[in-house]
Design a binder for this molecule. Structure first.
Ligand code: PMT
Length: 405
């Protein structure tokens, strides 16, 4: 990838892995990026500023006040020019400071002042990484939109083994490139995404559900966030982690999902319903475990609310995107739902196809739009499919821009 015209600020902290960041800077520079390095006082005990200066061909920023050679480089100007900020190795100390809003040196003041995406790459002793306070701080920063890379697992500098090693420089650069190339074309758009299954209780130990893992909906939330949208994810019990920077409301039943969706509908410009909502729930939920008394048991079910259909009756100029999980007549059934639920688009997936539908990391989708267009897509990762769906959402959102979206 050509990074010409891109500005990357690399904050280096005091950890033994600081030497690996030398290669990160070198690779980014070779790809054409302008790279500014900020070193904390402790980082300078591991690697000299001269090393980074020689590779970046830029003065290395080490101190806010004392060095007149760098007087012109104010933390605010670095914060403003950055297209991407990378903090590596990110120590428990810097993670704690940022999570608490502490800005007491050149690196922390610059990060606090930047609007650029911040990629945090932790590296530390595995027990420190597992520490509950460190993990809490990471969660806090993730919720605020900081992007984290997981440390590698392996032999640590002090001889023991565990999770805490800095990922390879090539992996860090790859992640940086994927952030830099993502267009912020959904910035300012509020997207509500639903994901996962719902669970409908029969008694305290049993429930009705379906095979949804949440992967498709979470991929839509991640892709939307990567493109700058303000994303709210309303999820049933899912197997996946909430993407960085996405607000999550966890629900269990279809009725809880309906309540959460309706409460947030007013503040949404786009709704993407990827959740596999249970169409029926047990008419009565037994307060005690139902005993197996006979050879047969009859369970009476009642209909759950059709959340998307309800949204269709009150959509205004919002964009509504549904999903359609089918086992037969994919296009016909999806087209019926597109019309009956008053949607702008529906994403149809045949859940009987290999690599498509429930639980897989990939999907095969057809996008049906209300103007009759059908976009037939091949097998691709759910994240890629999510981006293709959002390309269409962006088209509709830009067209609706004149209508006040
Ligand atoms: O989660 P994964 O394992 O990644 O699997 C992905 C998926 C197969 C669940 C996903 O791609 C998908 O197809 N989701 C929709 C599944 C579904 O419930 O389809 P449906 O045809 O029953 O519903 C049509 C639309 O109405 C959906 O947008 C659904 O969210 C919505 N709906 C359905 C029922 C209901 N009571 N209320 C609703 O809002």
């Amino acid at each position: 990838m050509d990074l010409k015209g891109k500005s990357v600020v690399v904050g280096v902290c005091g950890g033994i892995a600081a030497y690996k960041v030398v290669e990160v800077v070198s690779r980014l520079k070779k790809m054409g990026a302008e790279v500014d390095v900020i070193m904390t006082a402790n980082a300078r005990k591991f690697v000299t500023p001269l090393t980074f200066r020689s590779l970046s061909h830029r003065p290395v920023v080490t101190d806010m006040f004392s060095d007149p050679e760098y007087w012109e480089i104010k933390h605010v100007s670095l914060a403003q020019k950055a297209d991407l900020f990378i903090i590596a190795p990110a120590t428990a100390n810097i993670i704690g400071k940022l999570a608490s809003g502490i800005a007491d040196d050149m690196l922390t003041t610059t990060v606090v002042a930047t609007k650029a995406p911040v990629l945090v790459v932790p590296a530390m002793n595995h027990d420190m990484y597992a520490n509950a306070i460190v993990q809490r701080n990471i969660r806090t920063l993730r919720e605020l939109g900081y992007i984290f890379m997981e440390p590698d697992t392996g032999r640590m500098a002090e001889g023991s083994s565990g999770k805490g090693r800095l990922p390879e420089p090539s992996a860090i650069v790859e992640k940086a490139c994927s952030i830099l190339k993502s267009e912020q074309d959904l910035a300012g758009i509020r997207i509500m995404v639903t994901a996962g299954p719902t669970r409908e209780s029969i008694d305290p130990v049993r429930y009705i559900t379906n095979h949804s893992s949440g992967k498709m909906g979470y991929a839509v939330a991640q892709a939307a966030r990567e493109r700058g949208a303000d994303v709210l994810l309303i999820s049933g019990p899912a197997e996946v982690e909430c993407p960085d920077g996405v607000r999550l409301i966890s629900v269990t039943t279809a009725q809880e999902m309906e309540e959460a969706v309706l409460a947030n509908f007013e503040n949404s410009d786009v709704v993407v319903m990827a959740a596999a909502v249970a169409d029926y729930r047990p008419a009565e939920v037994s307060e005690t475990k139902i005993k197996k008394n006979g050879d047969e048991m009859v369970l009476r079910l009642v209909k759950n609310p059709d959340i998307l259909k309800k949204l269709g009756t009150m959509k205004g100029n919002r964009i509504l995107v549904g999903f359609s999980a089918e086992t037969d007549d994919l296009e016909g059934n999806a087209a019926d739902k597109l019309e009956s639920k008053n949607l702008d688009m529906i994403v149809a997936n045949d859940v009987t196809m290999e690599g498509a539908g429930f639980g897989t990391d990939t999907n095969i989708i057809k996008i049906l739009k209300c103007d009759g267009t059908v976009i037939d897509l091949p097998l691709m990762s759910k994240l890629e499919a999510a981006h293709r769906i959002l390309d269409e959402v962006r088209g509709l959102a830009y067209a609706a821009g004149d209508a006040g979206l």
